[in-house]
Design a binder for this molecule. Structure first.
Ligand code: GEK
Length: 249
């Protein structure tokens, strides 16, 4: 039966014995990605629900929402259901063909093609003028830290006055003891979701040079340096945080 909340095949990518390789968003990852995210990102659904609440209050009918690093399109699919009466336009951008293929299939299956499009591209190079909202959910952490400030400045310029940027990231703490505790708490969460210690360790190794987290303060400063004046966190769970940043009118 069609079910938009079905998380698809189970993620068992790191159960097998294999030589450690850097993590890549390829076909194998795309196949199990929805289950992976559901079991790896704490309160993923709650974060999207909160974004829908924010959009209800801040955006206007007919506005355009662009999801950068949209993966299999889950965020846009959920938002378009939660905000059905709002008449928003949804654009998803990702540089993984495998992810986009799944996103397009899901959009077809749940009849979202009317107001939702997916595009292949590097978010570092795209121009999307007059956007009302950018969503960067767990994507900035995959951009080289040196390029993040300039990238966020470009997003700021592409937003219409009063437009918003949503930034969700995995974070680090610069207090070593707390950092260790938060990582252990997060690994406990993943074990509760059914991942073994070995799977957790292998995924961590594969992400080592690929996912580079900043601290809460560094992420907030990046948004402020890009030009956003109003920047507030609207969700935090240990080493995961989501910010709302508003472009002045
Ligand atoms: C979600 N937001 O469902 N250009 C385009 N896409 C990129 C780039 C780039 N330069 N770098 C990475 N990506 C999603 C989850 S996942 C987070 C986002 C994770 C894409 C990459 O292909 C992948 O689909 C996504 O960013 C990151 O809420 O896997 O932890």
């Amino acid at each position: 039966m069609k079910n938009p909340h079905n998380k698809g095949p189970k993620d068992s990518l790191f159960q097998v014995e294999q030589i450690a390789e850097d993590f890549v968003f390829n076909e194998r990852v795309a196949q199990v990605f929805d289950d992976m995210l559901d079991r790896s990102v704490p309160f993923y659904d709650e974060v999207i629900l909160s974004i829908a609440r924010i959009m209800t209050f801040i955006l206007k009918d007919g506005d355009t929402i662009v999801d950068l690093g949209c993966s299999t399109g889950s965020t846009l699919m959920r938002l378009s259901s939660l905000l059905a009466e709002k008449n928003f336009h949804y654009i998803g951008i990702d540089n993984s063909f495998a992810m986009l293929e799944k996103a397009k299939c899901k959009a077809d299956m749940f009849s979202k093609q009317k107001n939702m499009t997916f595009h292949h591209g590097d978010i570092m190079e795209m121009t999307q003028p007059d956007t009302s909202a950018f969503i960067l959910n767990y994507t900035l952490q995959f951009i080289r830290p040196l390029h993040r400030e300039k990238f966020l400045s470009r997003l700021f310029s592409s937003l219409r006055p009063g437009g918003i940027c949503i930034l969700s990231e995995k974070t680090i703490s610069h207090h070593p003891g707390l950092n260790r505790s938060f990582i252990d708490i997060y690994h406990g969460f993943k074990q509760e979701k059914g991942y073994s210690e070995l799977e957790i360790a292998k995924k961590r190794e594969a992400l080592e040079n690929v996912l580079i987290p900043c601290s809460f303060e560094e992420n907030r400063s990046l948004l402020q340096s890009a030009g956003f004046v109003e920047v507030e966190p609207f969700f935090q769970w240990f080493n995961f945080v989501s910010f709302l940043a508003v472009k002045p009118l």
